[in-house]
Structure formats: structure tokens, C-alpha cells
Design a protein. Sequence first.
Length: 270
Amino acid sequence: MENQIMKFNLIKRATTLFAMAAAAIFALGFTTVTAAPSQGKATVVAVKGEAQYSTGGAWQPLKAGMTLMSGSVIQTADGAEVDLDMGPSGVLKVESGSTVSIDKLTVEKTSADTITETQIDARKGKIAGKTKGSLSSASRYEIKTATGVAGIRGTTFSVGADGTVSCSSGGPVMVAAFVNGQLVTVPLNAGQKLLPGSSTPVPMSPEEIAALENSVKKLVLTAGSATNPNELGAGNYQTRPGNPTVFVDPLTSQASTSNGGNECNEGCPD
């Protein structure tokens, strides 16, 4: 199956980067028969402290068991956390003092696979999560920050609204961001993080890795006990490389492909 890389024009504003990077990730040709995408859902599996949500109107209290769709915005108070089961794409934790928008959440059945499209806008604070290693190569999981966008696949990650991106296991995470006015595309491997304004990954400390892994491990267990493991996030969470993720640098129209490694089925080693 041949990858077909779309070409993009020069971008002038950081707000354009998210849409263009998202399109680049999805620019993979496939010949399977598809149905129209259906609306995905994010199930609230746990709420600690005070949290609220809005779909464009008044803010409402957020409670465990609620279902959120595309267009939902979540806010957590200081000291509060919200755990979300994002369906086939994975699980997500909205951390203390954060504002996060679910811009897009769709699921598309094909004759050969299930394609998910997840777009998150980290407006304030920090989020953490894990995507399934079994995501199809055509699936998209992107998180927008103040400085760019992170493309996630088969990864335990955290992303700050300021542009800090961490990858404690799995990966790679591909980050497209503006640094000193120039767009750069940076791959993050397991145990690395990228700080705002930098184009060079730095190692995470052992304490940072352990804290993120433990936090997300609890999140996966919470989601698994609260949802249908055949449909939502309780399923295949073994961390392993996924299929190659393709990005197109909008400034140069040059494509970069991360090496996805070999696929494996259930029972992959940790």
C-alpha cells in the first residue's frame, strides 16, 4: 500500500500549523472500502475534585459516567483531575488547572480496519495519556499546543499547553513547532522530552519517567474497570511501535517518516 504524501503551501501563522500537520499525518493512500465516519465519544470514567464542561453554552458540572463528543471543552480546578476513555484511540487524563478542547473525535469502519481521528487542543495546563499500539496506520491522534502540534502513536505521553511534550515509553512522538520563527519537525523517542522554544530533545529523568508511567497505568486500569473492554479503552495497551507516521514540513514540503517498527498482536512484551 503506497503512501501518498500531500504537498502544502508555505504557512504564515502558527494557528494554521495544526490543520496542516494533521492533514499531513493523514496523507496516506489506502484502497479499502470505507463508510462515512461516525461520531466518537469520550467517556468520563473518573473525576477528582471540581471539573466542568461546555459544548458552547453555559458551563456544567462534569461527573463520572458522562459522555462527551466533539466540541466539548473541559476545565479542571486546581487539584482536580479528569480521566477519559477516548474509545478505540486510547485514554486521556486532564490534569489540575487545565482547559482542554476535544476538537474532533470520529471513528470510521473500513473493510479492513477501524480508522480513528482524534484532535485535542491543550489550551491551558497539561494532559497525559496513552494511545493504543493497535491504531491503524491511517488513524490520526494530534494534540495542539501554543507552539505547534504533536502527533501521537502507540505512546505513553504528556503534553503541556506551553508546548512541552514528553514520551516516557513507546513512540516516536512527532512534534511540529515554531522555534525562533522557523518551523521544525522533531521526533521524540521513549524517555525524551521537548521543551518550548527548543528543537533538541532532552532526556527525561528517571523520576519523570516513573511518575508518568505510574499515572497513566492507573488511568488505563480505571478505564478498563469502568468501560466495555471490547469497545473502549480497556483493550490492547501494550506499548510498542506503530506503523510509520508521516509529516510534511509546510515550509519545505519535504516529508519525514518515523520508523514504526514491527507490528505485534495481543500479548506483546511490555
